[in-house]
Design a protein around this ligand. Structure first.
Ligand SMILES: Nc1ncnc2c1ncn2[C@@H]1O[C@H](COP(=O)(O)OP(=O)(O)OP(=O)(O)O)[C@@H](O)[C@H]1O
Ligand SMILES: [Mg+2]
Length: 389
């Protein structure tokens, strides 16, 4: 029933926007089989306000891709352009190799799931799920069978006669998902589907959505501003910032190979140490600490950079010397320790005053990590990634 909800204004403002940096141009490979959604130079402006800068990107067939980013970064704009609810100011959209730029939403064969469920309140669960099949004119028996199948997948057999108001938020969202999968769309679009639910329920439904994606093999584009959710669910994550793609890649790539400070900061916790490139694969921090880093290839000697070190890559040295593979060492005073389940999070203050965040696997005899104690730590050059400032 996506057409009911897809009626936003999408007129062209005629603005000419320029190609952005940061998005991996997909144009060369766009016509290959296996690309389900392709954006070719797609942008959206409202008057002078640019919601989406000119963007090229591709979602592969069967892929789970998350659009992640802060509020206002353009996530829903991309999703609604795919759905046809927003017409781009310029550019082409291909769905399964076909230009759908002028195809109306209901003919695009997409399913949509919204944060606010968007169920019809006067209809019971069965009729809500049957709704998209009825408007497609399917027969009674086929409808009954398909609805049963969809309700089975989301664990709602036995709830057919309930009205939405007689169900919890999590159950209502399951109905929303059942209504989306019931007509087997080739692409499913979800805009913050778990945003209205509490943490525990969110985690449970995340697992269910992941399994559903695996079982159905459908291409799924999922909007969230929760980085953990995106990393946990997705084959690839498209991180947005200010209407541009900051980075698109596997969760692993975003976490371990961020292309910018924004990405490093948005995805996971990080130490970002300011310094200057002083030799090949060597950065000297502002306080004189010499850091062996993975590579300075892209940075000239003398240039200002930041070195990213993930807190869990830093090892506490229990009095002994650092093992040979950990080229970087420093000491500091423990400012604060917090126990977060299996990990202990230690804030260490270096002599210069700069803080270093360390996460270690929790151990019972960890008095050394109490506030005020001195602590020596080490990490490898491989885990020290140089970023432009
Ligand atoms: N109809 C509109 N008119 C003018 N500006 C708009 C309109 N719709 C969206 N925008 C602007 O476009 C930008 C991107 O909006 P979008 O809804 O895509 O953000 P988002 O990443 O989904 O944010 P959120 O996480 O808050 O949902 C925002 O700055 C927003 O204010
Ligand atoms: Mg949004």
């Amino acid at each position: 029933m996506s057409h009911v909800l897809l009626d936003k204004d999408g007129r062209s403002s005629g603005l000419d926007l320029h190609n952005q940096a940061g998005s991996r141009a997909a144009t060369a490979s766009t016509h290959m089989k296996g690309n389900m959604i392709v954006f070719e130079g797609v942008g959206k402006a409202y008057g002078n306000a640019v919601a989406l800068h000119t963007t090229d990107f591709t979602v592969r067939e069967g892929e789970f891709l998350s659009l992640l980013g802060p509020s206002g970064s353009g996530k829903s704009t991309i999703l609604n352009i795919i759905a046809g609810a927003i017409a781009p100011t310029h550019g082409r959209i291909l769905l399964n190799g076909k230009d759908v730029s002028t195809v109306p939403p209901r003919e695009r064969g997409l399913g949509m799931v919204f944060q606010n469920y968007a169920l019809l309140p006067h209809l019971n669960v069965f009729d809500n799920v049957a709704f998209p099949l009825r408007i497609r004119g399917l027969g009674k028996d086929e409808i009954a069978q398909r609805v049963r199948n969809a309700l089975e997948r989301v664990g709602l057999i036995g709830y057919e006669q309930r009205k939405p108001r007689e169900m919890s938020g999590g159950q209502q969202q399951r109905v929303g998902i059942a209504r989306c999968i019931v007509y087997s769309p080739s692409v499913i679009l979800m805009d913050e589907p778990l945003g209205a639910l509490d943490k525990k329920l969110r985690e449970q439904l995340q697992g269910e959505i992941k399994k559903l994606h695996k079982d159905l093999g459908t291409t799924l584009v999922y909007v969230t501003h929760d980085q953990e959710e995106a990393l946990n669910l997705s084959d690839r994550v498209c991180l947005m910032n200010g209407g541009r793609i900051a980075q698109i890649g596997t969760p692993d790539e975003l976490y371990f190979e961020p292309v910018s400070e924004f990405v490093a900061d948005f995805v996971g916790e990080s130490n970002l140490i300011e310094g200057t490139v002083t030799a090949d694969n060597m950065v000297t921090a502002a306080d004189g600490l010499m850091l062996a880093v993975r590579s300075t290839e892209a940075h000239a000697t003398g240039s200002r950079v930041k070195v990213l070190v993930r807190p869990e890559k830093i090892v506490a040295l229990d009095g002994g010397a650092a093992p040979a593979h950990l080229e970087n060492t420093c000491t500091g005073t423990v400012v604060q320790t917090s126990f977060v389940g299996g990990m202990t999070r230690v804030e260490l203050q270096r002599r210069s005053g700069a803080l270093l965040l360390v996460k270690t696997i929790s151990a019972r005899a960890a008095e050394r990590q109490a506030a005020g104690h001195s602590m020596a730590v080490a990490w490898s050059a491989q885990d020290s990634v140089v970023l432009k400032v």
